[in-house]
Design a protein around this ligand. Structure first.
Ligand code: C2E
Ligand code: MG
Ligand code: MG
Ligand code: MG
Length: 300
């Protein structure tokens, strides 16, 4: 590295190039160290799975999304948006994703027996996982081992994986459909991809990205846009969920526009498994008003 830096200094005759290169080197070192920490955290089992409730337009609990959480003894709380891309780059997402799937299905199999059925679990699936050779086998085995009914499992895929919809992803999606699991498009609207996959692939639900929800109260154009996204989903006979719903005004607009499902801080952030179980246990005992209150306090 030092040689390379000196070479650049000579070549350009400028000292600042040397410093730039040193900085790059430091950055690469940081990346490698971070990668090591992720590897160690996977090895030491430092991850947990939290669950964010999903409600229907009446505010009734219908499912949860499993979200990875990592508190590292050295780094503190590390958000998924920081470690998922790293785990994808070094292949660790495959064992980590398998573990999340197993945890989530185990948890949901418990809800299945306590709630009289019907509480769904959504699990995020990275493109790297979906296209890895034994993903469908892993899903099949996890369902068999946990006893979870396939239709209660929803796998969230991003649009980026569908850009070219031939190939391994399409094949995996068809196989997953045959198993009876549900498929959602996560962060819908942010993938800049053609919409033709909605016609060609077995998608059950659109999760409209929270960037489209943020301004629906104050921007007429923003409201019109999300209304047409919901309308399109309904025309295609897909379930439509809005992500990142934080206020009652947003909830009202979405409900009026015919949005089927809502996820966001308005009900709760992602909570530990035990709290999620508590929410499932009480869901049939509460009125919808009490439900909203219970969901809110569980999230605090
Ligand atoms: P995502 O799948 O779109 O998950 C929703 C994200 O939005 C979560 O962030 C959630 O905490 C956040 N969120 C939910 N409601 C609200 C709200 O009302 N307002 C705001 N501002 N945010 C809200 P989180 O947990 O930080 O996860 C970020 C992303 O990391 C996820 O986005 C997903 O792409 C990825 N991720 C998380 N867990 C996993 C996993 O197990 N596997 C894979 N492959 N990716 C994961
Ligand atoms: Mg998701
Ligand atoms: Mg999302
Ligand atoms: Mg997102």
């Amino acid at each position: 590295h030092a040689d390379l830096a000196l070479y650049k200094v000579k070549e350009r005759g400028r000292n600042d190039y040397f410093f730039f290169d040193e900085e790059m080197r430091a950055e690469v070192m940081r990346q490698l160290q971070f990668e090591d920490r992720v590897r160690l955290a996977v090895h030491d089992g430092l991850f947990t799975v939290h669950y964010q409730p999903i409600v229907n337009s009446e505010g009734t609990l219908i499912g949860f999304e499993a979200l990875l959480r990592w508190t590292d003894p050295v780094l503190g709380v590390v958000p998924p948006n920081a470690f998922i891309p790293v785990a994808e780059r070094c292949g660790l997402i495959v064992p980590l994703g398998k573990w999340v799937l197993e945890q989530a299905c185990l948890e949901a199999a418990g809800w299945q027996s306590s709630a009289g059925g019907g509480v769904k679990i959504s699990v995020n699936v990275s493109p790297v996982q979906l296209t890895s050779p034994d993903f469908v086998t892993i899903v099949t085995e996890t369902l068999a081992n946990t006893g979870l009914r396939p239709e209660l499992l929803d796998l969230e895929l991003t649009e980026s994986v569908l850009v070219e919809h031939g190939g391994r992803s399409a094949e995996a999606m068809q196989q997953l459909r045959a198993l009876g699991v549900r498929l959602s498009i996560d962060d819908f609207g942010t993938g800049y991809s053609s919409l033709s996959y909605l016609r060609d692939l077995p998608v059950h639900r659109l999760k409209i990205d929270r960037s489209f929800v943020r301004d629906i109260v104050h921007s007429e154009a923003g409201r019109a846009l999300i209304e047409s996204m919901i309308e399109m989903g309904r025309t295609l006979k897909l379930q439509v969920l809005a992500e990142g719903v934080e206020t009652a005004e947003q909830f009202e607009i979405l409900r009026a526009a015919g949005c089927d499902e809502i996820q966001g801080f308005i009900t709760s952030k992602a909570i530990p498994a035990a709290q999620a179980q508590g929410m499932v246990d009480h869901r049939r005992l509460l009125s919808s008003g009490q439900r909203a209150v219970a969901a809110k306090s569980a999230g605090e």
